[in-house]
Design a binder for this molecule. Structure first.
Ligand code: DGY
Length: 434
């Protein structure tokens, strides 16, 4: 049985809005926000873009600053790294000394210390939304960032677009670190010689809610592998055992290109190149379609095999702008199987693990993307169900990193920036009512 969203009442809505703002300010480190203190003490790429979406509700100027800081960390080759290490923090591993990106050719001189991989490109989509809130003040700031977004998207198309779908070189790039989507590709190599290391994540959060040691060994092995090649995209593409086409990357880039094209129109910039990218990504999305699961699915580019994974990313096609409804029966099955939507992995699969990070729990940010896309595609009831469940989870359990899809139990880090941000920008009954 599914749950119904509680009828909150004005006072409770106002209290939740105030708490969400408080969390965003608490995690503000001056120009950028951390996802949460302790567990994630730096600036993460897509977390930061969601943060801008939340700030736009009460401080559009601060929203732009968030995006500007994020894009200032862009590498010379166009890539925007997944972590920017603005200030040293021993509470996180792996820090800048493990990544060793200093001096590598793609980065270029004078950039902030960073990781060597990227994350789902939602920044242009949220810049467009921030601009919608105050187009008069926003346009100049959007215009200044436009070339950076263009360069970022071009980098994805040139280096990562294989058969049109977007490849990841490390599970952390997908943002869905330990999703079952990567299990087969991760089992395809041994993390030999990775050496001893001390995890920090499990000192902040219950180990049952985090990736396993077998995963972590491979995460680090892949970092060392790319580092040895000077973070050279071509060498990693040619030699790494891990290269998987990812629905999250493909659909967020598709949407970000559509949003960038809207921006180009308003700013009087050329659209033709962006339109070409969208067409290429649409063709690529078809290579992710798995007829056996009836959903979009990750595909191992080394073996050509689908992962057989029905995840929350499987339902981002509508956010990407696809119109077809082939995934609707699979979505209906997943919605029926979870008390709280949208579980990050199929509750009917033996691999489902309701507390372990991206193998089961519900994530507010994915709910925002999926539900918004569904609403736009006319899947009104499905979109409303996902939003109502997000409201119920946050109202009852607070601004957690993620939630158990059956009990609603909050899990992972607390006082989480992006959960607060999607509350303010989307889930809150007050959103869009100003
Ligand atoms: C982590 O440290 O768990 C992050 O997800 C890596 O980006």
């Amino acid at each position: 049985m599914r749950d119904m969203a509680p009828d909150l009442g004005q006072e409770k809505i106002q209290a939740l809005d105030a708490e969400a703002q408080r969390i965003m300010k608490l995690n503000d480190r001056g120009g950028y926000t951390v996802p949460t203190a302790g567990l994630y003490p730096y600036q993460w790429n897509w977390d930061s873009a969601f943060a801008a979406f939340g700030f736009a509700r009460f401080d559009p100027g601060r929203a732009w600053t968030e995006l500007e800081t994020l894009m200032a960390g862009q590498w010379a080759n166009g890539m925007v790294p997944h972590i920017q290490f603005h200030r040293a923090d021993p509470g996180y591993f792996p820090g800048p000394e493990v990544w060793g990106t200093e001096g590598c050719a793609g980065k270029g001189p004078g950039r902030v210390a960073s990781s060597g991989i990227t994350q789902p490109p939602v920044a242009a989509s949220f810049a467009w939304r921030v601009c919608q809130r105050d187009p008069v003040a926003g346009e100049a700031r959007l215009k200044a960032l436009f070339p950076r977004f263009l360069a970022m998207h071009r980098w994805f198309i040139d280096t990562r677009c294989e058969s049109g779908a977007v490849a990841i070189t490390h599970p952390w790039e997908s943002g869905r670190d330990n999703a079952p989507d990567w299990d087969d590709a991760m089992a395809g190599f041994e993390p030999d010689g990775v050496g001893p290391y001390t995890r920090r994540d499990t000192s902040h959060v219950d180990a049952r809610m985090r990736p396993t040691k077998a995963d972590y060994d491979r995460y680090l092995w892949l970092v060392q592998f790319a580092r040895k090649r000077g973070w050279d995209e071509a060498a990693v593409a040619a030699e790494s055992p891990f290269r998987v086409a990812d629905p999250t990357m493909t659909f967020t880039l598709m949407r970000a290109c559509r949003d960038l094209r809207k921006a180009a129109r308003v700013l009087g910039e050329p659209e033709g190149e962006i339109t070409g990218w969208i067409e290429r990504l649409e063709a690529g999305a078809e290579t992710l379609w798995n007829p056996e699961t009836g959903a979009h699915d990750a595909r191992d580019l080394r073996t050509g095999q689908h992962a057989g994974s029905v995840s929350n990313a499987s339902f981002l096609g509508w956010w990407g702008g696809l119109e077809d409804r082939r995934a609707l029966p699979a979505l209906t099955r997943i919605l029926d199987a979870a008390k709280y939507a949208l579980p990050s992995f199929d509750p009917q699969s033996p691999k489902h693990d309701r507390l372990r990070y991206w193998r089961g729990p519900v994530w507010g940010v994915m709910n925002m993307l999926a539900s918004t896309g569904m609403a736009e595609a006319g899947l009104t009831a499905e979109a409303a169900r996902i939003r109502a469940d997000t409201i119920a989870l946050i109202a009852r359990h607070g601004f957690a990193e993620y939630f158990d899809p059956q009990e609603g139990t909050p899990a992972g880090g607390g006082a989480f920036t992006w959960t607060a941000a999607i509350w303010l920008g989307w889930a809150s009954p007050s959103a869009g009512k100003e």
